[in-house]
Write a protein of this length. Structure first.
Length: 213
């Protein structure tokens, strides 16, 4: 999971742009929902039918997930948590700063879920320079940075109705910034979801974001 180089080099100027965005007033949010919240306040999908997850995953859904991974985007916060499925994300994963002197890294296995849990913490409590902060990159474009602590959970098993997902949650001076399509969410908490899931009508790719003031 190491050695793909700095995510900042993978997306030149994107971290600086996202950091500058924190100074801009206002918080963007997604449309409201009456469904109960999921990680980071992201709304859940409607309850799935018993047949959900039984059909094949179309190439269009796989291609849409690959395109999401390739776009230049960052999730930043004081503390960041990312949960993802082993496939396809394990092959796309890099942990470039876990071994630096300013970042303390531990890796364990969750005995209940079997997920691999990687925790990266700033040894001095906080790292102001995001290029040296705990971080992880997925694919060619998407990266997550934490000033204090980043927790990554890679799940080997997944719900058949949700075979591939990435749930990201940042809190404390949090922002999500995407270059194209242009998006910016910021607030005390920011959550993002990218997934291939079946709500009963067949598999499709879905992504969404939400921020709390």
């Amino acid at each position: 999971m190491r050695g793909r180089g700095s995510p900042a080099r993978a997306a030149p100027g994107l971290v600086a742009a996202a950091t500058a965005a924190l100074a801009v007033l206002g918080v963007a949010s997604c449309a409201g929902t009456s469904a109960p919240p999921r990680l980071g306040g992201i709304p859940q999908e409607a309850p799935r039918s018993p047949s959900a997850g039984q059909g094949p995953v179309p190439e269009s859904a796989r291609d849409a997930l690959a395109a999401w991974l390739a776009r230049e985007a960052v999730l930043i916060g004081d503390e960041v948590e990312v949960d993802c499925t082993r496939r396809p994300f394990l092959a796309e994963l890099a942990v470039p700063t876990g071994g630096t002197s300013g970042v303390r890294t531990t890796q364990t296995t969750d005995p209940r879920s079997g997920a691999t849990v990687i925790v990266m913490e700033a040894a001095g409590g906080e790292i102001a320079d995001l290029d040296a902060a705990p971080s992880v990159r997925f694919g060619a474009g998407f990266s997550a940075y934490a000033r204090k602590r980043l927790t990554l959970r890679v799940h080997a098993a997944a719900d058949p109705a949700r075979p591939a997902f990435l749930d990201g949650f940042a809190q404390g001076r949090a922002t999500y910034f995407c270059r194209q399509p242009a998006k910016r969410y910021q607030g005390s908490k920011v959550g993002i979801v990218a997934e291939i899931s079946d709500d009963g009508g067949g598999f499709a790719f879905r992504d969404r974001e939400r921020a709390s003031p």
